[in-house]
Design a protein around this ligand. Structure first.
Ligand code: C2O
Ligand code: CU
Length: 503
């Protein structure tokens, strides 16, 4: 009897050991790390044409704008007495401001003085695939000491930004981003400013929080930003927090175009003085007059331009006061002779304007088009043994997510549904898509913020051959799997996702 029991226990014990080892091994192979390593080429068939051999750039006699951007380590002061070890383009956060005119040939030489590889992705710009800056997909990451030249024609005016796409969750966080403005040809210069919003982990180590317990707890809370809110403790506008933010100088009645870019991973809601602002463009596409609203909601990766009219006395544009760290994100607007003491963000709840609130002036499709390719995209959270949380598209993590396979000329419909508890700002490279606007009509964008429980249907034309990322712009989610590819069947990428090339 005793013997049987001992035998039973031994059997059960060794069974458990085998079982746990098996789970461990399975978990390891399931992990994003392992999957990235095993993935190899994206389009392994190597049928058709290499992405390096398509879309020649016909410069013609157009003007060329040349820039040099050096990725380097910089001790960056966020506010008095508070510095971070940043990685920058040309020694500042945000990096060098690039302004060009519509139709210019833009040529940017990237030099890498960091000790890790980097790239530059031109967020929102429609360009040839090999200039898209995605390591392992459109190029090899640029090694320390090496250079790479990006070249494209700035066809469409508007607000864009650039950022590293190598290990983006870390590198964009460290400060490798900057503004790119394409001015409309022949447009009168006006008062025009760019504000790039971001969050930093100054007093804490953001990595500490990617443990499972924290993720689980965070994802249970309500507003879709729980994980990001836990990871960061300081907000910045153009690399500076609170008092270090440079005030805008304007006179009563003066108008200015303010271009907002969210380079962070958290949704921001900026409150303007009542009646002072009108949304005029979203993701570089002009929108219809927006009427009365004074809260601007901007998702990670999104760009929204507003026309702001200065009222009487000193004013302030700032984060909604109920959001933690809101005091960091406040832009004073001062008349030339005033000091701007005791300005308060008005907490009054009026209409919120966001990326999908207003219809675009020009549409891609006047009516709902006939569709060649339909793709259902389900966004959810998963768990990998030994790896913690993953963020999934159709229950898979990149590069095992199913690609959206297209031929040139296809009309593509993607139904995106968020079944999880966090916001997922989904960004498509190399294309613009159309989605219904809230107030009627439709809006043309390249990023759609999908909140928990929401669904959107987007339409685009596959008109730009290549291998293009479609991913969550909370790069911490992308890093843990929420990425797929728009894969043109007739081309292939000669690059490999591996230890070195990690988008
Ligand atoms: Cu700002 Cu892959 O994007
Ligand atoms: Cu996400």
């Amino acid at each position: 009897m005793l013997e049987v029991e001992v035998m039973n226990r031994m059997w059960f014990g060794s069974f458990m050991i085998v079982f746990l080892v098996a789970i461990g091994v399975w978990g390891f192979f399931q992990s994003p790390f392992m999957q990235q390593k095993s993935a190899g080429n994206l389009n392994t068939s190597e049928e058709g044409t290499s992405i390096l051999d398509i879309q020649p750039i016909e410069a013609g006699s157009r003007p060329t704008k040349q820039f040099e951007l050096t990725a380097e380590k910089t001790e960056w002061e966020i506010q008095k007495g508070e510095s971070v070890q940043a990685w920058t383009y040309n020694g500042k956060v945000p990096g060098e401001s690039l302004r060009v005119e519509q139709g210019d040939l833009v040529q940017v030489e990237l030099h890498n003085k960091l000790d890790v590889p980097v790239t530059i992705h031109w967020h929102g710009v429609i360009l040839p695939n090999r200039m898209d800056g995605v390591p392992g997909v459109t190029q090899d990451a640029v090694e320390p000491g090496e250079s790479f030249t990006y070249k494209f024609i700035a066809e469409d005016p508007g607000t864009y930004w650039y950022h590293s796409h190598q290990h983006s969750s870390l590198q964009v966080d460290k400060g490798l981003y900057g503004p790119l403005v394409v001015e409309e040809k022949g447009e009168e210069p006006e008062h025009d400013e760019v504000f790039i919003l971001d969050e930093w982990a100054v007093h804490q180590d953001r990595e500490n929080w990617t443990n499972m317990g924290g993720m689980m707890m965070g994802s249970m809370q309500g507003d879709g930003e729980a994980d990001t809110k836990e990871m960061y403790d300081t907000f910045t506008v153009n690399g500076k927090a609170a008092d270090a933010i440079e005030p805008l100088k304007m006179e009563e009645g003066e108008k200015a175009r303010l271009r907002f870019v969210n380079a962070g991973y958290q949704l921001h809601q900026l409150v303007f003085p009542e009646g002072s602002m009108e949304t005029i463009a979203v993701d570089a596409e002009p929108v219809q007059s927006s009427g009365e609203n004074n809260v601007l909601e901007i998702a990670p990766g999104e760009r929204i331009d507003v026309l702001y009219t200065k009222g009487k006395g000193d004013e302030i544009i700032g984060e909604t006061p109920s959001i933690e760290n809101s005091q960091d994100m406040q832009i004073p607007v001062l008349s030339s002779d005033s000091g701007g003491e005791n300005l308060q963000v008005n907490a009054k709840d009026t209409a919120t304007s966001k990326g999908t609130s207003h219809a675009s002036k020009e549409l891609l499709f006047e009516t709902i088009p006939d569709v060649d390719i339909s793709y259902d995209m389900n966004l959810s959270m998963g768990m990998n043994m030994g790896e913690g949380m993953s963020w999934q598209i159709n229950d898979r993590v990149f590069p095992d997510t199913p690609p959206i396979q297209v031929e040139k000329g296809d009309i593509v419909k993607v139904d995106i549904t968020n079944e999880g508890r966090l916001n997922h700002p989904m960004h498509l490279h190399g294309h613009r898509f159309q989605v219904e606007a809230e107030g009627g009509g439709a809006v043309v964008k390249d990023l759609i913020n999908v909140k928990p429980g929401e669904s959107y249907t987007i339409y685009f034309e596959a008109d730009n051959k290549g291998e293009w990322l479609f991913h969550c712009h909370d790069n911490n989610h992308a890093d843990r799997g929420m990425v797929t590819i728009v894969d043109y069947k007739s081309v292939f990428s000669p690059f490999e996702l591996n230890q070195k090339n990690q988008p």
